[in-house]
Design a protein around this ligand. Structure first.
Ligand code: AP5
Length: 221
């Protein structure tokens, strides 16, 4: 099963992808996470992506498509995977279909996680992320038990360089410019589900599980 999570920054794609991955036992592939790992290691890809990401733009398609192909070629994706942050535009969606077709596979379902600007700003300006395990916290809504320290692994918590209000609004504008065409693309193949991502995480997760079961009725969750 191949599931895509679409949605604006802060809709909860990463949060939900991690929870759904644990429920249906598939790997979570986040292009944002892979890019951030490259930035922190100072790889050639990371050096090219760093400035673009800090400013809230999109990393060029050729770089991201290549990075995604390499990830999909890894053996843990055999039973399927959950995509978070890819595709971001029609070019990436078409490239994904091409990569999958070459492997006799196809997208199973696409969730459009919709969230309001007010909720997005509230969530992202207070988000804290663990440098070690990637777990998410929130300064007010979900504070860590010990300041600046991850409850799960003890790693250091930090604020992402693109989580400043000005950059969040830029990221939102970039998302809105591309999303209509993407939604039309997946609507045509009857794979698109609209989910209100302003709801509590458990409600959103249950909707995603229902969507996944609709794509594969043998799924046991
Ligand atoms: P990426 O890392 O993908 O960032 P994003 O799309 O902007 O999304 P976020 O990670 O900010 O939000 P999310 O929807 O995952 O929300 P989260 O679960 O963390 O990309 C970063 C950058 O990399 C891009 O700007 C671009 O430069 C580049 N990039 C990545 N992919 C690319 C591609 N394909 N092509 C080109 N460039 C690419 O949740 C947010 C917060 O809200 C958390 O604190 C969480 O705890 C909380 N929360 C989540 N759900 C709920 C809920 N239901 N209720 C209350 N709180 C919640």
């Amino acid at each position: 099963m191949i599931v895509i999570l679409l949605g604006p920054p802060g809709a909860g794609k990463g949060t939900q992808a991690k929870m759904l991955a644990a429920k249906i036992n598939l790997p979570h592939i986040s292009t944002g996470d892979i890019l951030r790992q490259n930035v922190s290691k100072g790889t050639p890809l990371g050096l090219q992506a760093q400035d673009i990401m800090t400013k809230g733009g999109l990393v060029p398609d050729d770089l991201v498509n290549k990075m995604l192909t390499e990830r999909i070629n890894q053996p843990d994706t055999k039973a399927g995977f959950i995509l978070d942050g890819f595709p971001r535009n029609i070019n990436q969606a078409e490239e994904l279909d091409k990569i999958l077709k070459e492997r006799n596979r196809q997208v199973s379902s696409v969730a459009d996680l919709d969230s309001s600007e007010k909720v997005i700003l509230q969530r992202l300006t207070g988000r804290l992320v663990c440098r070690k395990c990637g777990a998410n916290f929130h300064i007010k809504n979900m504070p860590p038990k010990v300041a600046d320290t991850c409850d799960s692994c003890g790693g250091e918590l930090y604020q992402r360089s693109d989580d400043k209000e000005e950059t969040i609004l830029k990221r939102l504008a970039v998302y809105r410019k591309e999303v209509a065409d993407l939604l039309t693309y997946y609507q045509k193949s009857n794979k698109l589900y609209h989910i209100n991502a302003d709801e509590d995480t458990d409600i959103v997760l249950n909707n995603l599980i229902a969507m996944s079961k609709a794509a594969d009725d043998t799924l046991k969750v």
